[in-house]
Design a protein around this ligand. Structure first.
Ligand code: GLN
Length: 451
């Protein structure tokens, strides 16, 4: 049914870069046979799933939205992909994304944009717009995304879906093509909070292949949804993210959701996080710095594309020609920003200062969580904007991440879930909750109570 749905709507939505029709049908038949034979199967066995193209897959091309990896077939599965396969889930294919996950609109994909199923003239968010659009358009019931500065939560916000960025280290990054290694996290994109929890339980947990993976066991996120109760829960509304710069309809739905939680016994208080206003500036130094280093491996020798200048060329000339042809403008912009910020003489002024701001943002969280159980804000300042609207203005695109970036800087978990439609344009709006590191289950408790 999902393959038929993809066939019917994906020409218009363009959520997928690759559809694995034959493999998906073969997987589904194998699970059917196992079920008929009475083999023990997990709760998501047989459920189809779409996979963001940032995750490597051994039987499907993996491009991360870039020309430089066009046609590359990885030799192994990313750990979250291996885990969904072990759970008997059925990968449907790979979803579109901003090149190397840089962006908030999916317009930076080298393979053309994805369109928001709610309004095909609007962006589906980014960088994981393909995963969110696939779920919103009923092309897949569940999807995997990655969130470095909001790429799971902001697409969820603009497509009326649920997106979760787990605690840093909660889900393995092994096989997730790195954007910024200290910020990246893989997580679920779904239509309900319970679906997200079930998928989180499948992909989460320790992985010896990722040295930053947390070794301790995790509680069941699905149980947290089933036992959802906000009675006595203290929710801190982030003052800095509740007003200026936010669309009225986004704020209205945010306050409706808070009122509902209050009626169900939650206590709502206001908290201040004074350093969040510097989070974007710090992020857009730390991210390019790490990205410029991570992307150095695309050297025309080890992976994908190789462009040889006319008449041949030295190793350096082949490398330069390949990177010139293979990377899009946003990737080049960030490589230049990152190498500049890391260069001798500027390191302390830029990268060093950004790391200090990162610590201050982490302290804001510590201080806030000393007095509240979870924090709340709108997920992003506006509803889905029109394609092209911010494409020529990188700074305007970056400012869209104001509410999502702090969680990545601090490594804390976040969830975005639908809170209704904005009055002014009838488009979906999300509410975001953040919890202390390792308290992902708390987010599922709040989400379950709202659903
Ligand atoms: N929009 C942010 C950026 O462009 C988020 C990216 C992400 O989470 N992968 O960096």
């Amino acid at each position: 049914a999902h393959l038929e749905r993809i066939e019917a709507v994906d020409t218009a939505v363009h959520a997928f870069l690759h559809v694995a029709t034959d493999a998906a049908l073969a997987d589904a038949e194998r699970i059917d046979r196992a079920r008929a034979a009475g083999e023990p199967l997990g709760p998501l066995a047989g459920v189809p799933i779409a996979i963001k193209d940032v995750l490597v897959t051994k039987d499907m091309p993996s491009t991360a939205g870039s020309r430089i990896l066009e046609g590359w077939m990885p030799p192994y599965d990313a750990t979250p992909v291996a885990k969904v396969r072990e759970a008997g889930m059925v990968p449907l294919g790979k979803t579109n994304m901003d090149e190397f996950a840089m962006g908030s609109s999916t317009e930076h994909s080298a393979y053309g944009p994805t369109y928001n199923p709610w309004d095909l003239e609007r962006i589906p968010g980014g960088s994981g717009g393909g995963s969110a659009a696939a779920v919103a358009a009923f092309e897949a019931p569940l999807a995997l995304g990655s969130d470095t500065g909001g790429s799971i939560r902001q697409p969820a916000h603009v497509t009326g879906t649920v997106g979760v960025k787990p605690t840093y280290g909660g889900v393995s990054r092994y096989g997730s093509i790195a954007l910024a290694s200290s910020l990246d996290q893989v997580g679920p994109v779904t239509r309900t909070v319970l679906d997200a929890a079930l998928l989180h339980d499948v992909i989460g947990g320790h992985d010896p292949h990722d040295s930053t993976s947390i070794p301790d066991p995790w509680p069941s996120m699905a149980d947290a949804v089933r036992n959802a109760d906000v009675q006595g829960l203290k929710i801190g509304v982030i003052r800095e993210l509740d007003g200026k710069g936010f669309q009225p309809g986004v704020l209205a739905r945010f306050h409706d959701a808070l009122a509902l939680l209050e009626r169900n016994g939650a206590e709502i208080v206001e908290v201040s996080t004074p350093h969040f206003e510097y989070a974007i500036a710090a992020y857009y130094l730390i991210l390019p710095a790490e990205a410029s280093s991570n992307l150095a491996k695309f050297d025309s020798v080890r992976f994908g594309l190789r462009v040889t200048p006319p008449g041949g060329g030295t190793v350096e000339e082949v490398m330069a020609a390949t990177r010139e042809a293979g990377f899009g403008p946003e990737v080049k912009r960030r490589i230049i920003l990152g190498t500049y910020a890391l260069s001798a003489g500027y390191y302390d002024a830029y990268y060093g200062s950004a790391q200090k701001v990162r610590t201050l943002v982490q302290r804001d969280f510590d201080q806030a969580f000393a007095s509240v159980d979870v924090l709340a804000s709108p997920t992003a300042p506006t509803t889905a904007f029109k394609l092209g609207e911010k494409l020529d203005d990188p700074l305007a695109m970056y400012l869209n991440d104001v509410a999502t970036i702090p969680a990545n800087l601090a490594g804390v978990p976040g969830i975005s879930l639908p809170s209704g439609l904005a009055d002014e344009d009838g488009l979906p709006v999300g509410i975001q909750f953040l919890a202390p590191a390792r308290q992902d289950a708390r987010l599922y408790g709040v989400g379950g109570a709202l659903e």
